[in-house]
Design a protein around this ligand. Structure first.
Ligand code: ZN
Length: 142
């Protein structure tokens, strides 16, 4: 396993589908720096549920919106023993995280390093995605 930084290995970022068998991956190194900041802040290992998505996997998901996973710029993360609300609130303060999603059902958050002019914050409720409005923030304590 190739170590990329203090807390992360190349393996953490490979596509987890059964088609490419983890051979495929792309990774924006800025994302690794951000994940190190998060690990240092909470003094805990950050769990990566999903990072890069290969083309076949991305197509199989039939997403009707643009995703930063196939570009290697997005991850779904959580930390054992840390409420995803706290993780979300901290992640929002980190420069370079321009896409952020709150996924209470999955108990993880999405962060990505898209360009700043495409900044977006959203919530996944059921199978649907909604902009993170002031009302939704109040509702979820964000
Ligand atoms: Zn794959």
């Amino acid at each position: 396993m190739k170590k990329l930084s203090d807390h992360f290995f190349e393996e953490d970022f490979r596509c987890k589908c059964n088609v490419c068998k983890r051979e495929d991956f792309r990774l924006h190194l800025g994302l690794v720096g951000i994940l190190e900041m998060i690990a240092e802040h909470f003094k805990k290992q950050v769990k990566i549920f999903s990072a890069y998505w290969c083309d076949q996997y991305y197509e199989s998901l039939k997403k009707n919106h643009r995703s930063y996973h196939p570009m290697g710029k997005a991850v779904h993360i959580a930390i054992d023993g840390v409420d995803i609300k706290e993780l979300f609130k901290y992640a929002e303060t980190i420069p370079g995280i321009n896409g952020i999603g709150f996924y209470p059902k999955n108990n993880f958050i999405h962060i990505d390093t898209r360009p700043e002019d495409k900044k977006e914050a959203w919530i996944k409720e059921g199978e649907s995605y909604f902009p993170l409005s002031a009302d939704k923030r109040r509702q979820y304590g964000l």
